[in-house]
Design a protein around this ligand. Structure first.
Ligand SMILES: [Zn+2]
Length: 63
């Protein structure tokens, strides 16, 4: 099942639409921003209620 989410680039603040796949929960991947071309780290996790949560980080952020 795919869920569409909008996140904001940590560098330029542009909205980015992403499709989340429940099967990718717990994964982390890097994709370049289509606007500023900088690498964004996407982290996909599942909360206690089973809700998918997507967070974005810039490459210099410690997490
Ligand atoms: Zn950007």
């Amino acid at each position: 099942m795919l869920t569409q989410r909008t996140v904001y680039c940590p560098y330029c603040g542009e909205p980015i639409e992403v499709l989340l796949d429940e099967e990718d929960a717990g994964q982390q991947y890097i994709e370049d921003c289509q606007v500023c071309c900088r690498p964004i780290t996407f982290k996909l996790s599942v909360g206690m209620d089973g809700e998918l949560t997507l967070s974005v980080h810039d490459e210099n952020e410690a997490f």
